[in-house]
Design a protein around this ligand. Sequence first.
Ligand code: HSE
Length: 338
Amino acid sequence: MRIVLVGFGVVSRSFADIIHTQASALSKDHGIRPRVVGIVDSRGAATSADGIDIQTALRSKEATGTLNELGANIYTEGKGALDVIREVDCEVVIEATPSELTRGEPGLSHVRTAMKEGRHVICVNKGPLALAMPALMELANHNDVKFKFSGTVGGGTPVLDLAKKCLEGCSINSIRGILNGTCNYILTKMTSEGVEMKDALAEAQKLGYAEADPTADVGGFDSACKLVITSNYVLGTSLSIKDVDITGITGVTKEDIASAEADAKALKLIGFVGDKARVAPEQVPVTHPLNVSGTFNAITFDTDPAGEITLVGKGAGGRETASSVLRDLIEIRKDFAR
Ligand code: HSE
């Protein structure tokens, strides 16, 4: 399978590393031989029909911040994603540029162009989905391509597919969850170690959990994106981020945390969709399965007749999220085979 990676940040690089190091297992177990024929970052693009040497690309990016060590035959400074998506023959485009939540760009144009060119799309970027998910699903259908986005919610935790595929036959009344690893990391550090919010955020940024613009995390917007994506995919709604009431954690004080603790509760940033959609800090009983720590995400589906089902897993991190991208790729491969 020929793949173009658009965006070469933490998730893309982890994905490239995984498909490189696990090449023989992927071939043996899943019949997939991924070949990366294009990599685009903010500075330029590398393309090669024979496949780009992943180790050199990773080393170059690490050492110089660019892909120029791949050589002038392969790397072109200033070459943009849209040209690569149009010109390079490939089956799958992986959109992993930073999420932008006002216009969804440039990711939205990348996704649209890829679909119109007949490429299957795996999107890790939440912006296009938070703003235009119903239209993109329609466009994918129209162009007869697969559109996968498992990595947008829950990092490596299969939140979307658990609800969609494993809860068939149940009705889901509401969804309540901790959807942002960075905020949960910050609130956990403030609660258990008395760390200041700004210091905990700086740690989360250093560890690669936070968004390129971390106000998306602490402002609650990232959680709202994930709520919209989950609701649309699982409940069949047509929400956009504009439909969500959003309060982030920037106003949370040590007193708020202490007051929750005094009632045997923990303060968490919760996304909820049921009769309405909202994101806000809430007190959760310490004994409830939603009371997870660090970068864990937890999501409770209130179902009928199975009752409450809570899924817990790492919600952020390059390798974790890359595992979702790989799952999507395997699914696309299976769909091909069918
Ligand atoms: N910044 C996001 C988070 C990354 O902290 O959850 C995963 O979407």
